[in-house]
Design a protein. Structure first.
Length: 370
């Protein structure tokens, strides 16, 4: 059941605890500030003190933050978000580095210079693809644990000289559990002892049926070393993205997920976020995990300052009051008061989760009092 302490209720109403306690005594209830009351009682008290009550369940606080659903007519297609997975040494990092070079903007703006946990490439066709860097990354694990992976497509890298290995299987299971489609990249095909066909048949045993075996999973032979097959791989990603019909409304308050964060000596807390919906803009008030702040600057993977970042765009956010955790969600809110309210709520629920089981499940009642 939803509960709250008298103290918390008083604070939310901006009333003195003593007055609330006095009121309860008048009702024949001898309670102290840290005593717990249920939602109905809280509502009664709040009304008695002249406040209107809007009850929001714990999970609804997050949902409330998500705002309204988008009108289908506001949805615009967005780039796919791609994660590279696979066994140790099969070439995940090499492939990410090679794909980074497929970016056509590279020449113009100095190329992708920073490692910011995620990057976006613009293909010759004009299509964009967002790659989540450092796979098996803390953020990915955290997002997976919350059942909210930010990934649309998983590239399963399998070295052609080594074939299916334990972490290949693990990656398959992760992708399947998350409902994320797989594209197989058979890597190291430049090696003389490579055997791409063996990889494809071995995958059959793990329920990955590639197209040449009568299945629906795309497979591409590549070499991260020579760059062979990379165009085919980005084509396969684009095709898969089209099938997924990925869309988002760019014209709303932004929300998304924190990929990584750090405390930078010169710049203060810096969070790399991935925008899922809306456009994040300079000057926005952002809540990220249990941190908040006004966006002072947005910086992309080329070190360029941006005015705004739209759906599927990774960007560094400066201006938060602390470093949020990877996997935390972020959202733009209207006012600083709202930002404080949300962060206080989050800090409190984190505290609850991390122990103090005896202290009862207080404050699962989240009331917005006006
Ligand atoms: P971990 O991050 O340790 O799991 O490895 P990884 O999957 O990121 O592999 P990484 O990119 O570090 O590559 C491992 C080794 O394979 C390195 O020595 C690479 O140079 C080599 N390698 C990667 N791709 C290719 C390729 O296409 N051909 C050849 N011949 N070697 C490759
Ligand atoms: Mg690596």
């Amino acid at each position: 059941p939803e509960t709250i302490t008298l103290q918390d209720l008083a604070q939310r109403m901006n009333e003195r605890v003593a007055d609330v306690v006095k009121f309860m005594i008048q009702q024949g209830e001898m309670l102290r500030g840290n005593d717990i009351i249920d939602a109905d009682t809280a509502e009664l008290i709040a009304e008695e003190f002249g406040h209107t009550v809007k009850r929001v369940a714990e999970s609804d606080v997050e949902i409330g933050l998500e705002g309204e659903d988008d009108d289908p007519k506001d949805l615009k297609s967005r780039p796919p978000i791609v994660t590279i997975m696979g066994h140790v040494d099969h070439g995940k990092t090499s492939l990410l580095d090679a794909l980074r070079k497929t970016d056509v903007v590279a020449g113009e703006a100095g190329g992708i210079t920073q490692h910011i946990g995620a990057y976006q490439v613009k293909l010759k066709s004009g299509d964009r693809i967002t790659f989540l860097d450092t796979p098996g990354h803390a953020a990915f694990t955290a997002m997976r644990a919350r059942g909210a992976t930010a990934t649309d497509i998983a590239i399963l890298v399998v070295a052609a000289d080594d074939s299916v290995m334990p972490q290949t299987i693990e990656s398959i299971n992760h992708a399947k559990a998350a409902g994320v489609p797989i594209i197989v990249a058979v890597n190291k095909t430049d090696l003389p002892d490579s055997n791409a066909d063996k990889v494809l048949t071995d995958l059959l045993q793990h329920d990955v049926q590639v197209e040449s075996m009568g299945g629906e999973t795309q497979a591409v032979k590549v070499s991260a070393l020579t760059g062979q097959g990379l165009d085919e791989l980005t084509d396969a990603i684009t095709l898969q993205a089209e099938l997924l019909e990925l869309k988002a409304n760019p014209s709303r308050h932004a929300d998304g997920v924190v990929i990584e964060s750090q405390l930078d000596k010169g710049r203060g807390p810096v969070a790399t976020v991935l925008v899922k919906r809306g456009t994040l803009e300079r000057g926005d008030i952002v809540v990220a995990g249990s941190q908040w702040g006004k966006v002072r600057a947005l910086v992309d993977e080329r070190g360029q300052q941006l005015k705004g970042a739209g759906p599927a765009q990774p960007v560094e956010v400066l201006g938060l009051d602390g470093a949020p955790d990877p996997g935390d969600s972020f959202v733009v809110v209207d006012t600083e008061a709202r930002a404080r309210e949300v962060t206080e709520y989050r800090i409190r629920s984190k505290r609850q989760v991390s122990g103090k089981a005896g202290a009862a499940a207080r404050a699962s009642l989240d009331q917005l009092l006006s």
